[in-house]
Design a binder for this molecule. Structure first.
Ligand code: MN
Length: 181
């Protein structure tokens, strides 16, 4: 299977072979300099599970200001069987969370208007969203921000570039914990 989504002169490529996992490659040109390539890969052991007919799909809200990254994550997580809804900044993320009440929120830290920490505090101020798992998406080197994530009320964090296996593991852990509370 090969799928290409065109995005502003770049693209998201998904290669998948049965039993061999999948590879997602995001490319975009930077002002004619050189093409930057970001990829996320899933291991053969996990692959991309087909959605089972009797499974109720968990609704995941992704809040991310980088449109390419947002589209990549949406594509990947939809393949993994989640019902994905999106927002492009903290403020929009809060409004969408209140309206749709997702089972889990994946929240970028560095965003305009409201950053991930501010958005989390605001989300936590609404009783209906007080316990919704919030996973931070952090930049590669944000050592000091780990504590800030937890202090703001986030449940876990994932560093970019994102590994699909790690993403699925964190999601499953959080969704499970949330259900047995
Ligand atoms: Mn960002």
């Amino acid at each position: 299977m090969l799928k290409m989504v065109e995005l502003h002169g770049g693209g998201v490529e998904v290669e998948s072979e049965p039993g061999r996992g999948s590879r997602f490659i995001m490319t975009f040109p930077w002002q004619g300099i050189q093409t930057q390539e970001t990829s996320v890969e899933s291991s053969p052991s996990i692959g991309l599970p087909e959605v089972e007919a009797n499974t109720i799909r968990s609704m995941i809200l992704i809040v991310e200001d980088n449109l390419l990254y947002l589209n990549l994550l949406t594509d990947v997580l939809s393949h993994c069987g989640y019902h994905v809804i999106t927002a492009l900044n903290g403020e929009e993320g809060i409004a969408t969370a209140r309206e749709k009440l997702p089972q889990l929120i994946l929240l970028d830290i560095q965003m305009p208007i409201l950053d991930g920490f501010q958005a989390t505090r605001k989300i936590r101020s609404y009783p209906e969203l007080g316990k919704t798992p919030i996973i931070a998406l952090t930049a590669p080197a944000m050592n000091g921000d780990r504590e800030k994530c937890f202090q703001a009320g986030m449940n876990d964090y994932i560093s970019k570039p994102v590994s699909i296996d790690e993403l699925q593991k964190v999601f499953e852990d959080q969704l499970y914990l949330h259900k047995i509370e």
